[in-house]
Design a protein around this ligand. Sequence first.
Ligand code: ATP
Ligand code: MN
Length: 472
Amino acid sequence: MYRKIKELLQFGTVGSAIEAKGWIRTKRINKQVIFLTINDGSCQQNLQVVMAPSALPKTLLNQLITGASIVVSGNLVASKGSNQLVELHGSQLTLLGNAPDYPLQPKAHSLEFLRTWPHLRFRTNTFSAVFRIRHAVSYAIHHFFHERGFFYLHTPIITAADAEGAGELFRVTSLNIAHLPKNLDGSIDFREDFFNQATNLTVSGQLAAEAAAMGLGAVYTFGPTFRAENSNTTRHLAEFWMVEPEVAFDNLEDTIALAEALLKCLLDYVLKQCPTELDFLNQRLLNYSKEQDRAELPLLERLRFVLAEPFARITYTEAIALLKEAESNKQGKFVYPVTDWGMDLQSEHERYLVEHHFKRPVVITDYPKDIKAFYMRQNDDGKTVAAMDVLFPGIGEIIGGSQREERIDYLEKAMQRTSIQDLNWYLDTRRFGTVSHSGFGLGLDRLILFITGMENIRDVIPFPRTPGHVPC
Ligand code: ATP
Ligand code: MN
């Protein structure tokens, strides 16, 4: 009977007749015996297959190479080797797919090299671990919100609004771009376009989520998000996945508590559900740190530490004062020196606060209104808004959120100030039964980056989209 390798390793009875399928990872052969390790993606571990080479035709033997797919039947027996408890003593082996010139060798390839084979890297230990963890986290996100009475909301991917000036837009059009219809002044006549107006890919589902929260109470979005910003960093993708809860009647403190609970619940889930993946990635990181001569907290300790410690809290104003006095700033070690209240914090400042000062995740609140989005609730000082960012070690900002401005006169003023138009529908949420409400956006890919200890966001999403690069 055919079973997944995960099941065979966990529940297979020694002595039973079984069938396994998978891709060959490694092969060792001598006169008496051939050892194959095969993996079918169901778990981190490989299944060891042991056979007598004499049982196989010579041509088939030569085709048993890394990357080829096979089906083997035989008996599950207790293994003599130290790497596994059981192995498969094969009596029959069939080649499913040959793999001549398979580009991945049974050795550790660099991540850069594997990025040039994005369609094959799913078959490596590292990437299969990352993507199994990505699945586990996604599942746990739905579970977390469902248990708390949130409703999963599918917000539009194509939108007419530049939601919040959150980033540069990707235009969506059905116009023939070789022959664009023009207005008299030379500008493009979008009335001819599919929607009779200009549209783009969404940069955030928040505004739609706010409207939904005003009827459903508590909702969350979880979907792809697009930003055409030319940020060629290890933390930015042009297409990434964002989770955005929005809760009616919640204030800033409520949403900070929700963010901390969510992050900790997800870390806890992965620690419990993906131990072999984490062990593998932990070891990978230890080897890497040794090569680089870096003394870092091992991955597992890092995750447990974040889980155990309460997040630090600081206001933007306090953060600026602290950074101004920091030795790194005085010695000119920041690329962007910290000078005046009102400046935006760069990721080097965020990481300084997290990694050097507090040595744990930090929540920064109450930013100047001029560097934050128009919908954030103005504080009584008239200068700051009820915003919060959650900063993580190695990453910087992982969550950005706020209490929303529920007072229509304040909101209209903020929209005028930032030249936001055409959001009449959005103002209706404040015209009819307005209530305080709050929410945030969590970048899924950045969270996976943190959990897996990978260093580049391109290595935690299938087929990454970045400036100048769309693999398929
Ligand atoms: P940053 O300043 O790091 O570019 P942001 O302030 O523009 O991020 P928000 O608009 O607050 O980001 O989005 C909420 C969250 O979405 C961020 O905290 C981050 O985790 C994630 N995020 C934003 N932009 C990207 C991107 N280009 N690629 C991956 N994740 C992103
Ligand atoms: Mn942000």
